[in-house]
Design a protein. Structure first.
Length: 202
């Protein structure tokens, strides 16, 4: 695995900016990481200020630290650990734009009206999701719409940091046929060995 340089930058949504908190700048060589995509997507979506997420280069797992819950010393240690890279979530402003663009794709005029009302003012994200609850087809369309954009942001972020996503190792789950012979052997009691009888001569 190639390691990374000392200075760095961070990606906020689609914008790059200098970062002074232990981030690494990609070298010319890419770093192969078995990225946990679902966990990374959750980290990109969650932009709560008290939540801090990091990608582990070796395992591809995402660790999440919440202010007021995690030990501050552990957070400091992870920030300064070269095996971790801070994940910068997509900004609320950008995710709000996604909702606006999605509303324009809704075929039903009444739904477009309700969604536009929902995203007006504080609590827009919660009201938007609530408004879609009674429209399961459009709700699923929204999940797909959002996931596509999150995936695009994640791929851009990985590329900017010189990270090449590789296939995660799979764990082999033994089948019943594979387990059965072992289980049978464990249940069987060992047969007693024959005892040699002494030979008595006349």
């Amino acid at each position: 695995m190639a390691r990374r340089g000392a200075a760095g930058a961070k990606l906020d949504g689609n914008n790059m900016s200098e970062n002074d908190v232990g981030q690494d700048k990609p070298n010319e060589e890419e770093l192969d990481v078995p990225v946990a995509w679902e966990a990374l997507e959750d980290a990109f979506e969650n932009n709560a200020p008290e939540v801090h997420s990091y990608l582990h280069f070796d395992t591809g797992e995402v660790i999440r630290i919440v202010d007021g819950v995690a030990d501050p010393s552990m957070h400091t240690r992870i920030m300064n650990d070269s095996r971790y890279l801070r994940i910068d979530p997509v900004s609320s402003r950008e995710q709000y734009r996604w909702m606006e663009r999605f509303i324009a794709t809704a075929e039903e005029e009444e739904l477009r009206r309700r969604l536009n009302i929902a995203i007006d003012g504080k609590g827009a994200f919660r009201r938007f999701k609530d408004a879609l609850m009674s429209h399961p087809v459009d709700r699923e369309r929204w999940f797909a719409f959002r996931s596509e954009r999150l995936r695009s942001c994640m791929e851009s972020w990985l590329t900017a940091h010189g990270i090449n996503s590789v296939e995660r190792p799979t764990w082999h789950v033994p089948t019943a046929q594979e387990v059965q012979p072992t289980a049978v052997e464990e249940l069987e009691e060992p047969k007693p060995k024959p005892v040699a009888r002494p030979v008595v001569s006349d």
